[in-house]
Design a protein around this ligand. Structure first.
Ligand code: KG4
Ligand code: ZN
Length: 339
């Protein structure tokens, strides 16, 4: 099936054409990040306006790059939630209009469902597997038994991992979003130089907490202002190590508790070199089959939605044309107002 996928949940306007949930013919991403960087974070109203400006161009480019026309598209997958309300509406309305005009089926998906299956575009993973989803809005451990079959094993009780990276970036004067730059600077530093807490490390759950870690960095900075490159590099390396230690310990616990030897890493923070290394070490230690998508498929994109999208559309599980966006949707829970 030839699927057009559309993603507008945050600050990337994205569209992709994917064949059979596997072969990526195009994957166009128009990022608004430079506009929001001026404000130190995503401004929802600006995000909606920028999506509106970009969506037609991005969809047209996705079709052109794939060498297909709208008449060739057999189904549409779109992010229904969670995300910024105004931003989601742009993608959902566009997707519905195209489905109506072409009289083809459409399915509205959970954004995290997209992230979880991004790896399938490179290589399918056998069920069940454990998925660690770490992004700007999520830090979750799931057991995945199939499409639509997700059990939450652990989650953040405050900030998401990516949010912590971006907030620490802000404290260090790094433009939004700071995650990738902290990763780069951390590569030059000593991860043992600054003693930082590992929140909830031994609490016996698979939950995370990153807000206290961010405050610990703030307290450290108040007493030890950055004096040069070395101190900046060391603090970045120490912070990144603290995040990775916790993520890796909790993931180990989830793997052991479930007796599942397959692990999928997903979401923007899965680009982090320290985390990729920590997960590779974990996999070697525990005999786990590790799957991490290439960085372009970890951060927000539309192609990732076409995996579950193709599955549901092929099964005939479609959303009709009256579904709405779900800004606060929780994975595995029916959308608001639906049984
Ligand atoms: O999945 P994503 O593109 O969007 C959301 O669904 O949130 O993730 C974006 C997040 C941002 O917080 C960004 O700073 C973080 O992923 N990120 C990284 C790296 N690359 C992106 N964090 C740490 N290290 C990186 N290399
Ligand atoms: Zn995302």
């Amino acid at each position: 099936m030839l699927v057009l996928a559309i993603e507008t949940s945050c600050d990337e306007t994205a569209a992709a054409v994917v064949r059979d949930g596997r072969e990526v013919l195009s994957n166009v991403i128009s990022s608004q990040v430079q506009v929001h960087a001026e404000y130190g974070g995503v401004v929802p109203e600006i995000a909606s306006r920028k999506h509106l400006e970009a969506i037609s161009v991005v969809v047209t480019e996705a079709l052109d790059n794939a060498g297909v026309s709208l008449a060739d598209i057999e189904g549409i997958a779109v992010t229904r939630g969670p995300g910024l309300p105004g931003a989601l509406i742009v993608g959902v309305s566009t997707a519905k209009a195209l489905a109506f005009a072409r009289q083809i089926p459409i399915v509205g998906l959970h954004h995290i469902e997209g992230h979880i299956f991004a790896r399938f575009l490179e290589q399918p993973v056998e069920f069940p597997f454990i998925a660690l989803v770490v992004s700007g809005g999520h830090s979750h451990l799931y057991r995945v038994d199939g499409f639509g079959r997700y059990t939450t094993i652990g989650q953040t009780i405050d900030d998401a991992a990516g949010e912590a990276f971006d907030k620490v970036g802000k404290l260090l004067g790094i433009p939004y979003p700071g995650g990738a730059e902290i990763d780069r600077l951390a590569g030059k530093g000593n991860s043992k130089a600054v003693k930082l807490p590992r929140p909830l490390l031994n609490d016996g759950t698979c939950n995370f907490s990153f807000s206290g870690l961010k405050t610990a960095v703030l307290n450290y900075l108040q007493k030890n202002p950055i004096t040069g490159d070395d101190s900046l590099h060391d603090l970045c390396a120490s912070f990144q190590a603290a995040v990775c230690d916790v993520l890796s310990a909790k993931t180990s616990a989830a793997i052991r508790a479930g007796g599942i030897k397959r692990l999928v890493l997903a979401g923007g923070v899965a680009c982090n070199s320290g985390l990729r290394k920590a997960m590779a070490d974990l996999a070697a230690r525990e005999g786990v089959d590790l799957h991490i998508p290439k960085p372009l498929l970890c951060t927000d994109n539309a192609a990732m939605l076409a995996v579950a999208g193709d599955y549901y559309l092929s099964q005939g599980t479609i959303s009709g044309l009256t579904f709405d966006s779900q800004p606060s949707w929780r994975l595995g829970v029916p959308p608001e107002g639906e049984a």
